[in-house]
Design a binder for this molecule. Structure first.
Ligand SMILES: Cc1cc2nc3c(=O)[nH]c(=O)nc-3n(C[C@H](O)[C@H](O)[C@H](O)COP(=O)(O)O)c2cc1C
Length: 363
């Protein structure tokens, strides 16, 4: 069995986010915006694996956000993407991202167990209970307006998955949402389960996350707020005898000088932002999800243009390393990273920032 990097508690976890989606995390029109081809994802997977990066996390998306670039209009499906990457890498953990309403739990339990076997124990599961109403309508699915129903469904969905992973015995299930006859899981995941991520923002979602997930993902908009939020989440989990770590997502523009980094930020995320797509994205987020603080709209609009709402790691290698250390000090257990062009820009980060994190003792 290989070590699942997500289970290491001796380091600040680093991953990438959204390399399976067109434009990655940057809602920009610049020509060099991320091309989410399989070839580029495979190149990135090898670069990250060789550099000791811990995980890759994909976004599951079924329709784009419009604008000139149709941001996230092109998306590699996440289970098959993870299978290909896990088969081609040695150490890195790779997650699949699953919408509970669009994927039958018996099918998902087996898909995740299968990719866990392909990788000798390096698979992970990111559970999405739903928020993007037009996407649900596109699939002919109903997104309940109330969070109780959304997360009630997700809970029963995950209870089925967990029971399938608990033993190879056949069982019937007579629940509110699922009626199953004589089902069982075989194979089971290598360790019996896999690391679970959930990115809920609402109180109901946070109950779900602290009941079920190993990692809760939350935006880092204001680190003073984050410090309090992380403490609350960990206390909430502890009261249930569970340990939940909190992760966030960041966008990197790392250059030899601060001026070069800021100029590139201006170029990609202001002058050439796909503002129509940004506004569609922010409007949908605010209408149907509670992940981002609604009182900080102007700031959030800029951050969506830059990196889909991620924490800015913009500047010299020293400044970027300091930004990551500030996330660590706030109590986050790790962050994902995104770049305008992941394959082109990651090596500079690897050579100039990773050694500083090692020296600071967080990796
Ligand atoms: C890091 C991260 C990853 C997410 N991945 C996806 C995804 O791939 N697909 C998706 O539809 N929603 C995704 N979401 C949205 C969340 O799963 C969740 O539905 C949303 O934050 C709304 O939560 P709430 O309903 O509890 O407010 C993600 C959110 C974050 C912060």
């Amino acid at each position: 069995m290989t070590r699942n990097m997500m289970l290491a508690d001796d380091r600040f976890l680093l991953g990438t986010f959204s390399s399976n989606c067109s434009s990655g995390m940057s809602v920009t029109k610049v020509e060099e915006r991320w091309v989410n081809s399989w070839e580029n994802n495979l190149k990135l997977g090898h670069l990250l694996d060789d550099a000791g990066i811990d995980f890759m996390l994909p976004i599951a998306r079924w329709i784009g956000y419009g604008g000139e670039t149709d941001f996230h209009g092109g998306v590699l499906e996440t289970v098959t993407w993870a299978a290909g990457l896990l088969a081609s890498t040695k150490n890195i953990s790779v997650f699949a991202t699953i919408h509970t309403a669009a994927n039958h739990p018996v099918v998902v339990a087996k898909q995740i167990a299968t990719i866990d076997h392909i990788s000798n124990g390096r698979a992970g599961l990111n559970i999405v209970a739903g928020w993007n109403k037009p996407e649900y309508e596109a699939l002919g699915l109903n997104l309940p307006d109330d969070h109780e129903t959304r997360y009630g469904y997700a809970q029963e969905w995950f209870d089925v998955v967990r029971k399938l992973w608990a033993s190879k015995d056949y069982f019937d299930w007579d629940g509110k949402y699922f009626q199953l006859k004589g089902v069982h899981g075989d194979p089971l995941p290598i360790r019996g389960d896999v690391p679970i991520i959930n990115a809920a923002g609402s109180p109901q979602g946070r109950e779900f996350a602290t009941d079920n997930a190993n990692f809760l993902f939350t935006p880092a908009i204001d680190l003073a707020r984050s410090t309090e939020e992380i403490k609350e989440l960990k206390d909430q989990a502890k009261a249930k005898d569970r340990k939940v770590d909190v992760l966030t997502f960041s966008h990197v523009i790392c250059r030899p000088t601060e001026e070069e980094a800021l100029n590139y930020l201006e170029h990609t995320a202001k002058t050439n932002a796909d503002w129509e797509a940004v506004d569609n994205l922010v409007r949908l987020q605010f209408a149907h999800a509670q992940s981002f603080p609604h009182d900080l709209l102007a700031l959030i609009r800029d951050r969506f243009a830059m990196g889909h709402g991620g924490f800015p790691l913009i500047g010299t290698p020293d400044q970027v390393a300091e930004g990551i250390l500030s996330l660590h000090r706030a109590g986050f257990a790790g962050t994902t990273l995104s770049f305008v062009d992941y394959v082109k820009e990651f090596p500079y980060f690897r050579d100039n920032v990773l050694p500083k994190l090692d020296a600071a003792g967080i990796r």
